[in-house]
Design a protein around this ligand. Structure first.
Ligand code: SF4
Length: 412
């Protein structure tokens, strides 16, 4: 009733207020570090040096830490390390146990419980690795793992076996061997640098690596996957951007899951990258109580566009060991996608995918929009649920025909 009244009075319904407030840009602020000089706070190396890495340190900064979180933090050194930059820590709401930022970076004891279907290498990367640190799973592109370190550690990380070395994976990428493999495989036209986070390398090291890859004639396209713009926007310096722009075409995929991660600092950092001519995409992971809500997702994708970032993939959370408490259903993911497509700008709609367990690659998951496909017509459902018919061209072989009689649709 309240909603109806507010609409009748010409006021915005409550959900409109929520969407608008989720899309507001705020600074992360200084929080506990209010005494730190601007020069230090804005220095990415200072941020790395002052990361929160110990359970006692975390508890001192956040007395509201729950027993489950404290126990998780104590065990993190054996699975996936605890590390949070001071900048990112300031985004956590200490009063909210279900804070969407908190759940992404603060360990919980549930991480030590492994469901029967969970794996340490859910995407089968190790079995597609011709040389250490290189994954060649798709025909024309490779994943080049640069480092095993990140600015902070995501508790649902697909590569948690590898990053932070807490589980003793002993990752030692050998750039020479990785580069030699690419040089010897002319079918590789696209190289994705990831890890760990490639932007943790110094400008000099990263420039050297990019130069060596660019010197391979058949490498057409370079990509970097990085969570640095959201964990450590201070790293996106004008010098870094000036260096990266020498290697076009170079794309960069960031990783952000919730609109609150998109602060003024992040918006400015992304603006610097965009001004350097780097096309930006975002990869999100669908996470329970973080972003498994159509309105939060809508705010997030719209806010990404305001930061000049195209929402690229929405991943169903991989079956990584100890992630069941963060996983939401595929049904929920499909529902969210149905509430994006047609309801907001097409550029804002990511592709929802499941990385097929064991190494099958990304499989797109979409709500059903093709209701039937016969030799003479395709029956379609639009985003409002209305039915339409499109005449099939004479050479069209039906993709599929669902069993049973199909009711004659009511044409619009
Ligand atoms: S930044 Fe990426 S690689 Fe690092 S912990 Fe997060 S998901 Fe894993």
């Amino acid at each position: 009733m309240k909603d109806d009244n507010s609409q009748a009075n010409g006021e915005e319904p409550p959900s409109g207020h929520r969407l608008r407030s989720l899309k507001e840009f705020h600074s992360a602020g200084r929080g506990f570090w209010h005494d730190v000089s601007d020069a230090d706070w804005n220095d990415w190396r200072w941020q790395l040096k002052h990361r929160i890495t110990r359970p006692e340190q975390l508890q001192r900064l956040m007395p509201t830490l729950t027993p489950e979180e404290f126990a998780g933090a104590k065990l993190a050194d054996h699975k996936l390390a605890l590390a949070i930059t001071p900048y990112f820590f300031n985004l956590i709401d200490p009063a909210d146990e279900h804070c969407p930022i908190r759940q992404q970076v603060i360990p919980r004891i549930e991480e030590t419980r492994t469901a029967p279907w969970e794996m340490s290498d859910p995407c089968g990367e190790d079995s597609h690795s011709p040389v250490p640190g290189l994954v060649h799973r798709y025909p024309d592109r490779v994943l080049f793992l640069v480092t095993d370190r990140c600015a902070a550690y995501c508790r649902y990380c697909t590569r948690s076996r590898l990053v932070s070395n807490a589980s003793g994976y002993d990752f030692h990428p050998e750039f020479d061997k990785q580069i030699a493999y690419i040089a010897q495989h002319p079918e590789v036209r696209d190289v994705l640098l990831s890890g760990g986070d490639p932007l943790l390398l110094s400008d000099e090291k990263l420039e050297n690596l990019l130069s060596r890859l660019r010197a391979i004639p058949h490498v057409e396209f370079l990509r970097i996957g990085s969570r640095i713009p959201t964990f450590l926007p201070q790293r996106i310096t004008p010098e870094l951007c000036a260096m990266l722009k020498k290697f076009h075409p170079l794309f960069l995929s960031i990783h952000s899951n919730h609109p609150r991660e998109l602060t003024t600092e992040v918006r400015d950092a992304l603006g610097r990258l965009a001004d350097a001519g780097i096309p930006l995409g975002n990869q999100s992971v669908l996470l329970k109580h973080v972003n498994d809500d159509a309105e939060i997702m809508r705010a997030h994708v719209q806010k990404l566009l305001m930061c000049r970032v195209k929402p690229y993939y929405l991943y169903q959370c991989d079956l990584i060991s100890g992630s069941a408490h963060l996983r939401t259903s595929v049904r929920k993911g499909i529902e969210i996608m149905a509430q994006l497509r047609g309801h907001t700008t097409g550029y804002a709609v990511p592709q929802y995918v499941i990385d097929a367990p064991g190494g099958g690659g990304k499989v797109p998951i979409t709500p059903d929009y093709v209701l039937s496909h016969n030799p003479d017509r395709v029956v379609l459902r639009n985003y409002e649920g209305k039915i339409f018919e499109y005449p099939e061209a004479p050479d069209g072989t039906p993709l599929f025909q669902p069993p049973g009689e199909i009711e004659e649709p009511e044409l619009v």
